[in-house]
Write a protein that binds this ligand. Structure first.
Ligand code: DGL
Length: 262
């Protein structure tokens, strides 16, 4: 048993999809959530900038004495060095590998789409990992730079979202993918519109797949929490808009948003 919290971070609101998944799968766990809203979006940053962001986010969560960290960000997960994950003294989970494994298990026609931030698509890690596991897979990666800024401004529906989705998803519809990795943790917030556009295909929620890994690992190491269920929120930037949007996405009011100095 370990009653310390699980640390979760993302650039902003997207990682809340992983917080929801953890809440569903591990309702007794405490969570410390960090949204790096001062530096959002991550998707237009260079690999070096992302490395610095990830280092300071992880250092912040470690300072809160967390027992494990979930990198609830496809962009950081796509660009970090895997060996680095073993160097923090607590288990650190990323969102890419579980999503790829789930996509491989789901696809029947071996046509898999990946939508993600520009930095993730440029890094090519989703595509590489899929193809390393199955050389017959055809991967269709699409960068979607308009989506995160729209979601961060609280925009989950309407003409702008619909037109951006039409632009990004039309080529995927045309080639007939049967599986789509939502390679950014913000995108499950648009799941209904994506489903409506693409019809009956498998949508892979990277935060949810990673949360399943966290659960399995904590259970295996005997580190589950017996007395918790509290979520403590930190943001590095402006708090009021985060509070308002997070409440909408999570479906409950947030008591307090703390300021994180990174
Ligand atoms: N939600 C993040 C991801 O999964 C970051 C998106 C961004 O800040 O551009 O990639």
């Amino acid at each position: 048993m370990d009653n310390r919290a699980i640390g979760v971070f993302d650039s902003g609101l997207g990682g809340l999809t992983a917080v929801c998944a953890l809440g569903e799968l591990l309702p007794s766990e405490n969570i410390v959530y960090l949204g790096d809203t001062l530096r959002v979006p991550y998707g237009d940053k260079s690999r070096d900038e992302l490395k610095l962001c990830a280092e300071s986010d992880i250092a912040f969560l470690l300072s809160k004495d967390v027992k494990a960290i979930l990198i609830a960000c496809g962009t950081v997960s796509s660009t970090l060095e895997k060996e680095k994950l073993l160097s923090y003294g607590v288990p650190v989970f990323e969102v890419l590998t579980p999503a790829v494994e789930k996509a491989l298990a789901c696809t029947k026609n071996k046509k898999v789409g990946v939508i993600a931030t520009a930095a993730s698509i440029r890094a090519g890690a989703f595509e590489r990992t899929l193809k390393e596991s199955d050389r017959e897979i055809s991967v269709y990666p699409i960068a979607c730079p308009k989506l995160v800024p729209l979601i961060e401004s609280g925009n989950l529906a309407g003409a702008e979202i619909e037109s951006a989705l039409c632009e990004y998803l039309s080529p995927l519809k045309a080639v007939g993918i049967d599986t789509l990795i939502l390679g950014c943790t913000h995108y499950p917030l648009l799941k209904d519109s994506i489903s409506a556009f693409l019809g009956d295909i498998a949508l892979i929620d990277i935060g949810f797949e990673a949360a399943k890994r966290v659960k399995a690992a904590l259970r295996q190491s005997g580190s589950l929490c017996q007395d918790g269920g509290r979520v403590c929120f930190y943001v590095s930037g402006y708090e009021p808009s985060f509070k308002e949007n997070a409440a909408r996405f999570l479906g409950y009011e947030l008591d307090k948003i703390n300021k994180a100095v990174l």
